[in-house]
Design a binder for this molecule. Structure first.
Ligand code: ZN
Length: 330
């Protein structure tokens, strides 16, 4: 190695060590209260039924509103609190814990995660610290070990700083669910249904009885364009078709307000996915380039919904690509 390069390398090493030392010193002097940068975003607790409450994320993109874009719910059983979904930053989860404390002094015993996407899991470490059992759908471990998970966290440490920072880490579940699973707490019965690959690589719903409230996670978006991401739109549609909604008093979606008319609420996500598959599928079969298919499609039914501008084109492109792949599979 030429001397010049050696000097540069040495300088870089020294600089890295200096930065590491500085960060270490900074961490040591941090007071515990500042561990989670305070979330200033508004978070109102809404009551859904006798035992069920939720907070509703806003309709913006992931990096808006301090990352508060997804819903989280909690169920007060009389023998402890169960949480459904953990929000998109530790700061938001910390705020949720404070909100729960205003309603009950029962401990948080379990956290159920609908799926392992950033906006639903970055708060998990707060509940883990409180000693809660983390329950997640099968596929969570695979996600945590993936490059996609690492890259997303790095991106959020940048785009959601200081609420997602170098202290934020992914949390492995204590329990993973692969098929229906029931447990009781207090007077309530919790039924977890593993739905398989739909919106994500593994989605799970929760039914709480006797309240008869269903928590759908991101299988259902209400009053906004769904995020398709890496979803399998074919299986997602099938899942929506077999989702049992009869007798429910309320449905809490992954995004958007809770609904007392579940059948009607499911309709938007179903119609949107079906429309994407119809239009993109026709384009794929005729070998029409994506840009042309997209430009010629009639989006009037969905164009006024929140998140259309941010999400529709990329959703459509994802469905176009996946339907090309489906065509090759045939
Ligand atoms: Zn989500």
């Amino acid at each position: 190695m030429p001397t010049c390069n050696k000097i540069l390398l040495l300088a870089a090493l020294l600089l890295t060590q200096a930065v590491t030392a500085a960060t270490g010193a900074e961490q040591q002097t941090k007071k515990p209260a500042e561990k989670y940068a305070p979330a200033s975003v508004k978070m109102d607790v809404k009551k859904v039924s006798d035992h069920v409450y939720y907070v509703e994320g806003t309709a913006g993109i992931a990096t808006d509103n301090e990352g508060f874009i997804s819903n989280a719910s909690f169920i007060v059983t009389g023998d402890g609190v169960v949480i459904f979904d953990a929000l998109g930053t530790p700061s938001l989860a910390h705020k949720l814990v404070q909100k729960i404390a205003e309603i009950t002094d029962q401990p948080i015993k379990k956290v159920i995660v609908s799926h392992y996407h950033a906006d639903h899991i970055y708060g998990l470490q707060v509940f883990e610290e409180l000693g809660a059992e983390i329950i997640a759908p099968y596929g969570a471990q695979k996600y945590i070990q993936s490059d996609a998970a690492r890259e997303r966290l790095e991106e959020r440490q940048f785009s959601l700083d200081p609420w997602v920072n170098e202290n934020t880490h992914l949390v492995l579940p204590d329990t993973t669910v692969e098929k229906s699973y029931q447990f009781k707490m207090g007077e309530l019965t919790f039924t977890l249904n593993f739905m398989g690959k739909a919106h994500s690589d593994g989605d799970m719903t929760l039914l709480v009885e006797p309240d008869k409230v269903l928590f759908s996670g991101d299988i259902i978006f209400r009053e906004r364009i769904p995020f398709v991401g890496s979803a399998d739109s074919r299986k997602w549609l099938e899942t929506l078709t077999r989702l049992e909604t009869s007798g429910l008093t309320a449905l809490v979606p992954g995004h958007g307000p809770a609904s007392t008319d579940p059948r009607n609420t499911i309709s938007l996500t179903r119609r949107y996915l079906a429309y994407l598959r119809k239009v993109m599928g026709a384009g794929v079969e005729e070998f029409t380039p994506f840009d042309e298919v997209y430009a010629n499609a009639d989006w009037s039914e969905f164009k006024d919904l929140p998140a259309f501008a941010e999400g529709n084109r990329i959703n459509a492109y994802q469905v176009y690509l996946s339907m090309e792949a489906e065509l090759l599979e045939q």
